[in-house]
Design a protein around this ligand. Structure first.
Ligand SMILES: [Zn+2]
Length: 397
């Protein structure tokens, strides 16, 4: 692989900013105390889901560790170990649950304060900085306010809205705003890197709304295409209040199944590893005490797994709602004759028919209902309830 920044699709401006900062950082490492402009200790990466926030943080971390003048060559030891997740000076906090606790954050901050073992930078990536609890956020703030000379924090969050990141942390950081990648750029990647047929690539790129990974999935995975079709069939099915509740239930069940499929192997492997580590069998008083301790650890693991599965289910629902929002947006742009491309090109006739039937105001109400549902799920409202409320608005308009 060459040039780590090639991973960031359709993000020319942010890439330029990060390249300049990485080369300034390399000058600091080389002994130039000032290093030139552009490098700072704390960064925030924002952008819509799929825009590549965590990818941006990872490739920037690679460039910071790059031994070839911070170019992010993708080939040296620093780049390679960062990208494969084995660099001792790059730590990634990835929240598998719904929030990041203060204990994890304190441990992270403490380790981040040590000198980088390879003599370059100690990099801390927080992938879901919007999931920091208040106390975790305070622990991070202290570290960001008084960073060790060679420590860099890279925080990923959907936006710099105070709901996502505290105002004081925001004020200490430089913000890199990623945007939704243009469909053409995403399609190019599918064709060139994954050998996908150009027509299929163009369709998948538009349907994925700038999310490269989602586009690849739609272009290559039949199951993913079927699930998308199910979701896009929802508007046509809403013919009565009963149908609304059925549609909500079906969506919840399908998300639960998909989320379970996604975690079932990891869950089983983790449990087997823990049970083996704890050792099975044994008798006597010592064994009884050990078993009590073991039960506690197993309980802890079950808690973590449950939290991960809830999160995974919410992520699946979020993606389905994005597909649905794309449909109502298509109806709106069709009825307003807006000169923009539709998201779901394969069901253009359906959205055109809906545009002929519904007033623009009622389409807008439907679109807003989908966005409100996304928001409610993000704020931990029970998915069943959020979806039922949305379905009723989608039906009535
Ligand atoms: Zn390199």
């Amino acid at each position: 692989m060459h040039d780590v920044f090639a991973e960031l699709v359709g993000q020319d401006e942010p890439v330029e900013t990060l390249r300049r900062a990485a080369s300034a950082a390399a000058r600091v490492v080389a002994g130039d105390a000032a290093g030139g402009g552009g490098m700072t200790h704390a960064w925030i990466f924002t952008g819509p889901p799929g825009a590549g926030r965590s990818t941006a943080a990872r490739v920037f971390a690679a460039a910071l560790q790059c031994e070839r003048d911070g170019t992010g060559c993708g080939e040296c030891h620093g780049c390679h170990t960062t990208l494969t997740g084995t660099n001792a000076d790059v730590r990634i906090e990835r929240s598998e649950g719904l929030s990041i606790g203060v204990k994890d954050m304190r441990a992270l901050v403490l380790r981040a304060a040590s000198s980088p073992s390879a003599g370059r930078w100690q990099v801390v990536i927080v992938e879901d900085a919007d999931r920091l609890g208040e106390r975790a956020s305070n622990a991070l703030l202290k570290a960001v306010e008084e960073p060790s000379p060679r420590t860099v924090f890279l925080l990923c969050t959907p936006s710099v809205h105070p709901d996502d990141i505290s105002v004081t942390i925001r004020s200490r950081c430089r913000v890199v705003a990623l945007r939704q990648a243009p469909a053409a750029a995403v399609a190019d990647v599918l064709v060139q890197r994954h050998g996908i047929d150009p027509e299929q690539a163009a369709w998948a790129a538009a349907a994925a709304q700038g999310d490269v990974e989602r586009a690849r999935q739609l272009a290559t995975d039949q199951e993913a295409r079927l699930r998308r079709e199910e979701v896009l069939a929802v508007p046509r099915r809403l013919s009565s209040i009963g149908a609304c509740f059925d549609a909500a239930q079906a969506m919840v069940n399908s998300a639960r199944r998909e989320a379970l499929d996604a975690v079932v192997e990891t869950d089983a492997a983790e449990r087997a590893a823990l049970e083996q580590a704890l050792g099975a069998g044994g008798t006597g008083r010592g064994a009884t005490t050990a078993m009590r301790g073991a039960a506690g650890q197993i309980k802890e693991l079950e808690k973590k797994q449950k939290s991960r599965s809830t999160r995974s289910q919410r992520d699946v629902l979020d993606r389905s709602l994005k597909d649905l929002a794309g449909f109502y947006r298509d109806v709106l742009v069709t009825s307003m004759r807006a000169p923009v491309a539709v998201v779901h090109g394969d069901i253009e006739q359906v959205s055109a028919a809906a545009a002929g039937k519904w007033s623009p105001e009622s389409v807008l109400r439907r679109l807003e209902a989908v966005l409100a549902c996304q928001d409610a799920i993000e704020r931990n409202v029970k998915p069943d309830i959020a979806l039922e409320a949305m379905m009723v608005t989608l039906w009535r308009g």
